[in-house]
Design a protein around this ligand. Structure first.
Ligand SMILES: [Mg+2]
Length: 450
């Protein structure tokens, strides 16, 4: 069945794609390379192809994939550097942490591409939201590490939007503006349309976006020869086909503590930041939580055999009335930190905060009062709780209007190497542990010698 026009298909996805990522990363770490045509190659060899070229090189007509020899013909002054994948992976992780200060990352699509799911209130911000993301990245890194952002009803459309105005671009595609908004796009530029698929489309009389748009889902399926065609049709038309996400059972973060952050005072700063971030996620999901676990890990360090003797563990769990406000979470955390001060017998290497025992807000409205009535001081606490919930909502609202740096409860603190540690499935991005050999310093550019 066809979906009728005018059906609500709100802007629900944000796609963020870094511009010439490897080349920009090299320019970020080595200021001498900024403003220069730079090519990143996998090997120190004349016949190897560039895996990335900087925007300056692109402007001179050099394309990704060209050999050093060919690129030098076009741009004799071009600088070539050898790719340093472990450096890029470390940068990728720091980038995710910065993005997470603005929006939760739903999926990591590649080392330089992520998808965020948008609430209606976030989508309403439109380009402002993209500007906050870009400002957060620019203030942490440098202005050479730019990204292009697309916002649209589906991930496919958001990805297409992000490609529209590279570098440093922004594009919003709304369902109502289709197919006109993409009328001029080359079908080859659509993700999921390979050269082979292009030929099949052509054979079926589909030569431009308008005729692609006019296909019926079944026709798309027939051209693709698989359910992928129908998936593509849905994506282009603004309908999600991904399976619903399984319900979260907890919100939390953990992060490694740098050596000089392994004191009680510094652990407390770090744990507060983790708690506030988890609290925002609780409110965003419209649930209340009843428990918090503070975890500290220590013990042996990583050894050459890649095994880790992380045998020292300390855990504390606190319970509270169903809550969604930072005051409750930070008070509980305070209890946990005090307990750590009394009983912790080792120097921790990592700290984690998990907020769990989740109950949907809708379920709790009536129960909350009954439960409160049975606890000494419960009713007074409930009134207090409502006040603190309004404070947290107010602060979330201010953050949503003025940007993420606007407010936090308590002193603003900076963690070395990023704000917080988000737990993200890295897909095919390798872990730092996957790299053998000595660690390569960020600023240690590997110039091509030939
Ligand atoms: Mg990119």
């Amino acid at each position: 069945m066809y979906h009728s026009r005018g059906q609500a298909r709100g802007v629900e996805r944000l796609y963020l794609d870094f511009d010439s990522f490897f080349a920009s990363a090299e320019q970020h770490f080595n200021p001498d390379l900024r403003g220069q045509p730079v090519g990143v190659v996998p090997l120190d060899s004349l016949h190897t192809g560039c895996i990335a070229v900087s925007r300056e090189a692109k402007a001179r007509g050099v394309k990704s994939g060209m050999t050093i020899a060919k690129a030098r013909e076009i741009t004799p002054e071009m600088v070539f550097v050898v790719a340093r994948h472990d450096v890029y992976v470390r940068l990728h992780k720091r980038i995710l942490e910065v993005i997470e200060t603005v929006l939760p990352v739903a999926q990591v699509r590649s080392i330089d591409e992520v998808v965020c799911h948008l609430l209606p209130s976030e989508a309403e911000q439109g380009e402002r939201l993209a500007k906050w993301l870009k400002a957060a990245l620019a203030s942490t890194f440098s202005d050479v590490l730019t990204c292009s952002i697309g916002m649209a009803p589906t991930e496919l459309l958001a990805k297409i939007a992000a490609e529209q105005h590279k570098p440093d671009g922004f594009q919003l595609i709304e369902a109502d503006h289709l197919p006109q908004a993409l009328a001029g796009i080359d079908l080859n530029d659509l993700p999921g349309v390979s050269t082979g698929m292009r030929a099949r489309l052509e054979a079926a009389g589909v030569k431009d976006f308008a005729s692609l748009w006019a296909l019926a889902p079944k026709q798309a399926r027939a051209i693709w020869g698989s359910v992928e065609g129908e998936r593509f049709w849905n994506g282009v038309h603004g309908f999600h086909t991904e399976r619903p996400v399984t319900k979260k059972s907890m919100f939390g973060h953990s992060r490694m503590l740098p050596r000089d952050w392994r004191t009680h005072d510094k652990i407390a700063i770090c744990a507060r930041l983790l708690t506030q971030s988890a609290g925002r996620r609780v409110r965003r999901a419209e649930v209340r939580a009843t428990k918090m676990t503070l975890g500290l890990r220590g013990g042996g360090s990583r050894v050459a055999s890649e095994t880790r003797s992380e045998n020292l563990r300390w855990n504390w769990e606190g319970a509270f009335l169903p809550a969604r406000d930072d005051h409750t979470f930070l008070t509980a955390l305070g209890d946990g930190l005090a307990e750590a001060k009394r009983t912790l017998s080792f120097r921790p290497r990592s700290v984690s905060v998990m907020i769990h025992g989740l109950i949907s807000s809708a379920d709790i409205m009536t129960d909350l009062f009954d439960t409160a009535a049975q606890i000494p001081g419960g009713i007074a606490r409930k009134t207090d709780r409502e006040k603190w919930e309004r404070v947290s909502d107010l602060m979330d609202g201010v953050r949503a209007r003025l940007g993420p740096q606007a407010l936090t409860m308590g002193p603003q603190a900076d963690m070395p190497g990023g704000y917080l540690g988000a737990k993200i499935a890295f897909g095919r991005i390798p872990d730092e542990a996957d790299f053998s050999g000595p660690k390569i310093a960020d600023e240690d550019t590997h110039f091509v010698t030939i």
